[in-house]
Design a protein around this ligand. Structure first.
Ligand code: SAM
Length: 311
């Protein structure tokens, strides 16, 4: 009984905090579902939150969370299945193997059991929500002028190819890399009609096989956290190689850099490593997206003019 009420209090706390901070409804629900040890905890916490909510603004946002929960009743099971498969070793289960090969096997399994939720938990297994989140990120890249028909790109950790397909019409050529053999197959199938997309399997240790100064954009959506889990050497090798692959003026965009580390410390760490590999940090932000709470980090390979101005 005590366990049940403390779980409900935790769920209530994340829901009330999220609603008060105008966090997107799908993210509030996802955070609540993660805390809830049974689906009933969500029902109880939402009912309590409704009783306590006086204010019109948060009240409306709370109703949006409730509506989403009503329309996605399978989301609790889905999220807990994904978390049970993809043990990040940050919870009570203690230390687990975090090597790149273990993550390859984990994502192979998720590709079978939870193809959408395994890519993005915040879409609650809903393909329409996932498509909207993908489109929002692609629009964001476009707004920053990072997608051009004469530009080539590499996506690290391309998963099932949702971004490759959306990016292909806006770029000259895009290469996707992933450690999961199953996801590489899925991404190839998804992009089979696109001549300017290639998908390669990688061992996940670095970007070694790709040519120097061959791309204008290196994109990594929610994959750097897995590089961090693997090892600091793997993070560093990817930053070093991204700097090598980029043409002068090219961009490295990392959406989500590390899990469980506060955003300011993430940025300090990235600044230090990026500087060591000759990349300029252009922008760091939170809250760029309405359907995802990922952090955004934009780095750039300096041009000759940048180097001239700096000296
Ligand atoms: C959370 S999923 C995100 C997938 C995709 N970026 C998206 O947003 O749909 C993380 C992805 O990173 C891949 N991954 C994990 N470690 C990797 C590594 N060391 N190198 C390349 N891909 C990796 C996984 O196989 C998985 O496809």
């Amino acid at each position: 009984m005590a366990e049940r009420s403390s779980a409900t209090s935790r769920v209530l706390a994340v829901i009330e905090e999220g609603v008060a901070a105008s966090v997107p409804a799908n993210i509030v629900l996802m955070r609540g579902l993660i805390e809830a040890t049974t689906p009933a905890h969500i029902d109880t916490a939402l009912a309590q939150a409704r009783r306590r909510s006086q204010d019109a603004g948060p009240g409306q946002r709370l109703r949006a969370v409730e509506a989403l929960w009503r329309s996605h009743p399978q989301a609790w099971h889905l999220i807990h299945d994904v978390l049970a498969t993809a043990d990040h070793g940050t919870g009570q289960t203690g230390i687990v193997d975090q090597s790149t090969s273990r993550w390859a096997a984990t994502f192979d399994r998720l590709a079978e059991t939870a193809p959408d939720a395994g890519m993005a938990l915040y879409a609650l297994g809903d393909p329409d929500l996932l498509a909207a989140a993908t489109a929002e990120i692609v629009d964001w890249l476009d707004r920053y002028g990072l997608l051009r028909p004469d530009h080539d790109a590499v996506e690290i950790g391309c998963g099932n190819g949702r971004f490759l397909k959306a990016l292909a019409p806006k770029l000259r050529f895009v290469t996707g890399l992933d450690v999961s053999a199953k996801l590489v197959m899925d991404a190839r199938a998804r992009c089979s009609s696109l001549e300017n997309v290639r998908v390669n399997r990688t061992a996940g240790e670095d970007l070694g096989a790709l040519a120097t100064a061959s791309v204008d954009l290196v994109l990594a959506v929610d994959v750097f956290p897995y590089l961090h889990l693997a090892s600091q050497g793997v993070v560093d090798a990817h930053l070093r190689d991204a700097a090598r692959l980029l043409r002068p003026g090219g961009s490295l965009v990392i959406l989500n850099y590390a899990y469980g580390v506060d955003p300011t410390s993430q940025q300090v760490d990235l600044d230090r490593r990026a500087t060591a590999h000759g990349l300029l940090v252009k922008r760091f932000a939170m809250g760029d997206f309405t359907l995802w709470d990922g952090t955004s980090h934009h780095l750039r390979k300096p041009t000759l003019a940048d180097t001239f101005i700096a000296n």
